[in-house]
Design a binder for this molecule. Structure first.
Ligand code: M6R
Length: 615
């Protein structure tokens, strides 16, 4: 996720800004930049790569200016590059801006500005906003604060921005929707200074007095005075918080580990995954990246999903949705095996690669092989501009922000959701009716809220972790959509807790694994109230009859399993195909809390790497 830093006061801004960027590095990014305003001139420096590259770039330059803005960019529009890095200047060079988030209607605004003669030198939505502000400022003769406010009234999307104007060196403007923005109030009455950032980590060493901007609010700092107003121009009385956290705590947003932070980010991540993509009126989905391939997608006769680890397990869930909604024969393959299978490829068959990092070598190789075989290649990828994102013919981004913990959490729930959305998209080209599409869309819209509700049970899961922490073996079992969920639950348990766990379709149990069951070998059975409920209940009874312990995961309101299972975890009611998204959450928490109980290095489990770039 991008990070913004700004400073205005009596000190030289550069050391504060660069240190601030370093403090925000934990958020993940692919380029960095800084701009200073000194004697009516902007000096702008930006570089693809890490902050250290930016530091090298400016090492021999004199960087003066008591006001400035800086940015770490996690690419969304346009690949990571020097030209797409922020800050972005307007055409005349009068306005400069850094921006977190996505401006959804930037193409419409870009068209209007292009007609007026504006040129664009980057692929970013940010440059469009810089020019819109310039256009308004020039044509309405208002000051920077008002020009930004008027521009924001025309913007759809999420953002956290910092803006400077060349002719107003005493002013810095900050605004936000969705992305966070914090204003640190420092100095004294006679010598005020302000620090602005995406979170308090770059600010804490200068002041402990901070104001958290609310959505649709903006802060205008002019001549040492801060005014906060809504975008609708209503003045707001800010509440000044006193920071009590330590820097290390702040980096993880107050969570003990990145994994826990990322688990708790899932409501927001699901929201970002669907943002701007649901066309309710048509019961359909909009995927910008697929638009050029409408004809090929209509003709698609079969699909092979390739992925590894967690991503592959999400594929096993997506497989059901692609067959149910799009009526496309789908199979899921290990990325590693696809390359080495000597199999004739039927005409009009496609390959869907799923990868959080976009760098997994096994998956990447299978795309190259599919291309050699003439298949249409699609991707679901989180990291913008990654190798897989660049290699596939057409792609869909998760937009969930960087995942730092080795264990995949927020990317995985987004992967499941995107496959269901893809199934709707392909289904609407085939037999899926508008009404059927609308029914699923309605439930998809509720997911962020339902995920937040699921997270409210975290204390119960923490207690379960205490109870089961000494167990050495675990089964994770589920049927149909939740067979993949079970496999993912077992993987989380293995990689974080170092407990031997097996995930499988519950029906397999009676074909062999049941012989392992005894009082020291518990099973977590995923049994929501859906088409497979009775079958899953039978599996629970089979285990119980052999003296095994059972944790049942079922739908809220179903009290029946409390009488049979040893422990019950509840998830909110949703459509059968969406249950895995909610069921993933308690399993992630269970693996996490057991790992913490056992004293493991949760974010970096032994022997593992975040990106597996070797075959
Ligand atoms: O980056 P990718 O999604 O391609 O990674 C695939 C697997 O290596 C990954 O999902 C791995 O299994 C995770 N550590 C699981 O939490």
């Amino acid at each position: 996720m991008c990070g913004i830093v700004g400073y205005i006061g009596k000190r030289e801004a550069y050391p504060i800004l660069i240190k601030g960027l370093e403090r925000l590095e934990y958020r993940g990014y692919d380029s960095a930049g800084v701009a200073l305003l000194n004697e009516g001139v902007f000096s702008v420096h930006k570089k693809k790569g890490k902050v250290v590259e930016l530091k090298k770039l400016v090492a021999h330059k004199k960087l003066l200016g008591k006001v400035g803005i800086a940015h770490t960019r996690w690419a969304t529009h346009g690949i990571p590059s020097d030209k797409n890095a922020h800050p972005q200047l307007s055409n005349s060079g009068d306005i400069i801006i850094v921006h977190n988030g996505i401006i959804e209607n930037y193409l419409t605004i870009k068209k209007v500005l292009t007609k007026k003669g504006y040129k664009f030198y980057s692929d970013t939505d940010t440059e469009v906003l810089a020019n819109l502000i310039e256009d308004i400022k020039k044509n309405t003769k208002v000051n920077l604060g008002e020009a930004v406010r008027l521009a924001l009234l025309e913007i759809d999307g999420a953002y956290g921005i910092l803006v400077l104007a060349k002719d107003e060196p005493d002013t810095i403007v900050v605004a936000k929707i969705g992305s966070p923005a914090v204003i640190g109030v420092g100095g004294s009455k006679t010598n005020p200074e302000f620090f602005i950032a995406s979170d308090a980590t770059p600010i804490i060493e200068y002041t402990d007095r901070v104001i958290y901007l609310e959505d649709r609010e903006m802060g205008i700092i002019k001549n040492g005075e801060l005014t906060i107003k809504t975008i609708q121009n209503k003045i707001v009385n800010p509440y000044v918080h006193k920071l009590e956290m330590k820097i290390e705590e702040l980096e993880k947003g107050g969570f003990e580990h990145f994994m826990l932070k990322e688990i708790f980010e899932q409501p927001e991540a699901l929201h970002s995954t669907i943002r701007g993509r649901l066309i309710e009126s048509d019961g359909n989905i909009k995927f910008g990246g697929l638009e050029k391939f409408q004809k090929e997608l209509k003709n698609l006769r079969s699909l092979t999903v390739v992925a590894m680890g967690t991503a592959r397990f999400t594929g096993l869930i997506g497989e059901y949705a692609l067959e149910e909604l799009a009526d496309i024969p789908t199979k899921v393959e290990y990325g590693s095996e696809f390359t080495y299978r000597k199999k004739a490829i039927a005409k009009n068959s496609g390959l869907l690669a799923i990868s959080q990092s976009g760098e997994t070598a096994d998956t990447l190789n299978s795309i190259k092989e599919a291309k050699r075989k003439g298949m249409l290649t699609l991707g679901i990828v989180n990291v913008i501009g990654s190798s897989i994102a660049r290699e596939v013919d057409a792609g869909i981004y998760n937009h969930v922000g960087p995942e730092t913990a080795v264990a995949s959490t927020k990317a995985s729930t987004s992967q499941v959701l995107l496959q269901i959305m893809l199934a709707i998209y392909l289904g609407r080209m085939r037999g899926l009716t508008k009404k059927e599409g609308q029914t699923i869309l309605k439930e998809i819209q509720k997911l962020p809220e339902l995920a937040a509700k699921t997270l409210k049970n975290s204390d119960q899961i923490k207690n379960l972790a205490k109870k089961y922490k000494k167990i050495e073996h675990f089964f994770f079992l589920g049927r149909k959509y939740n067979a993949g969920t079970a496999m993912e639950g077992a993987l989380k348990m293995k990689e974080c807790s170092y407990i031997h766990a097996e995930g499988m379709n519950a029906t397999e149990l009676k074909h062999g694994p049941l012989s392992l069951i005894d009082e020291n070998f518990p099973s977590l059975v995923i049994a929501p109230m859906d088409s497979m409920y009775e079958k899953s209940k039978s599996s629970i009874q089979e285990i119980k009859a052999r003296g095994g312990l059972v944790i049942a995961l079922t739908t809220e309101g179903n009290k029946e399993l409390e009488k049979i299972a040893n422990d019950v975890i509840y998830i909110p009611k949703t459509l059968e195909m969406l249950t895995p998204i909610l069921a993933f959450i308690p399993m992630q928490l269970f693996a996490y809390y057991i790992a913490v109980e056992r004293g493991n290095d949760v974010d970096k489990p032994r022997n593992l790497a975040k990106s597996v770039t070797v075959e």
